[in-house]
Write a protein that binds this ligand. Structure first.
Ligand code: PRT
Ligand code: ZN
Length: 283
């Protein structure tokens, strides 16, 4: 079978998490900062390390079969690729922001105003949908300083913590899009068996990340109340303990309602609760 290629960011915000995800999928490869391409020793795959801006087009053109990149970059490049899986990291929002002391109150106040951005395509579509006519000033970086320099009235940039806006005297004004890292593929290789195998591995890693493995002890009298609180992958496993009338319950709990669930379990009689991370969940 043909060796696949997956493009990931060479250095920057998505590099570390992309490498970690692929390693957690059981792929063995060297992550030398100097190399552009790294073969995987235990799967017919090569990793290409690229600037994130180049990834969507490489995947669209089939130079890489797969890629990991922010949705913002895919939409800005307008590449024709298939979205296979959202990956839950690199989360951010593309926002229009204005100086704190500005009189811009509503979107219509942006008519005739200059907005600096590195995302002219996405911003252009957004403004068109809203019926706003602004002067989009495309710049290649440090967008946040442009109102202070008198180069624009507003900016449109990625925001995660909001710290950069704040320290430049700007405030978020309108949400243009939200973004996270996604696994994409070339339309022509979407149905490839190796691609399907990789998606399954990625999904099993993501599923495991969203859940915790929990073992707890409970008296038989409280077992029903405790198991009623535990969905498990199918249902919880119940194991007899040496101590008469006591059992150990093994299950998985979704990360999102973890703390609520643990306090409910304690109230229902659970003791000695042990919580462990899960590496993979294969359904
Ligand atoms: O060298 P290369 O071209 O590959 O990388 P790059 O410098 O173009 O991109 P990089 O590594 O900065 O970001 C890669 C991807 O991470 C982006 O395309 C987004 O999908 C995602 N991402 C997530 C972010 C942010 N969060 C983010 N906060 N990308 C950039 N920022 C910048 C933003 O532009 C602003 O300057 O961080 C600043 C704001 O951050 P806060 O935390 O102060 O709000
Ligand atoms: Zn880039």
């Amino acid at each position: 079978m043909k060796t696949l290629k997956i493009a990931i960011q060479k250095s920057g915000r998505l590099n570390e998490k992309s490498v970690e995800l692929l390693k957690n999928c059981g792929l063995n490869f060297e992550n030398y900062k100097s190399s552009l391409i790294s073969p995987v020793s235990n799967f017919p795959l090569e990793i290409l390390f690229l600037r994130d801006d180049d990834i969507p087009e490489y995947v669209q053109d089939g130079i890489a079969d797969l890629g990991i990149v922010g949705e913002n970059v895919i939409q800005e490049t307008e590449a024709e690729v298939s979205y296979l899986q959202r990956l839950g990291f690199g989360k951010c929002s593309l926002k229009i922001a204005v100086p704190n002391n500005n009189d811009i109150q509503s979107l219509t106040d942006l008519n005739g105003k200059a907005i600096a951005t590195t995302y002219p395509v996405i911003l252009g579509k957004f403004l068109k949908e809203q019926g706003i006519q602004s002067d989009i000033r495309t710049i290649s970086g440090s967008v946040e300083i442009s109102p202070g320099l008198g180069l624009s009235d507003a900016i449109c940039d990625l925001v995660s913590t909001g710290g950069t806006l704040k320290s430049n005297g700007l405030k978020p004004f309108a949400d243009v899009m939200t973004s996270e890292a996604v696994l994409i593929s070339c339309k022509a290789t979407e149905d490839n068996e190796l691609v399907k195998e990789l998606i399954q591995r990625v999904q099993s890693v993501l599923r495991a990340k969203e859940t915790k493995y929990v073992v707890l002890n409970v008296h038989q009298d409280n077992l029903e109340a405790v198991t009623a609180l535990l969905p498990g992958v199918k249902s919880p496993s119940v194991v007899n303990l040496a101590e008469p009338d006591w059992v150990a319950v093994h299950t998985v709990i979704p990360e999102r309602d973890f703390w609520d669930r643990i306090s409910q379990l304690k109230q229902a009689g659970a003791q000695g609760i042990v919580v462990m991370p899960i590496e993979k969940i294969i359904l």
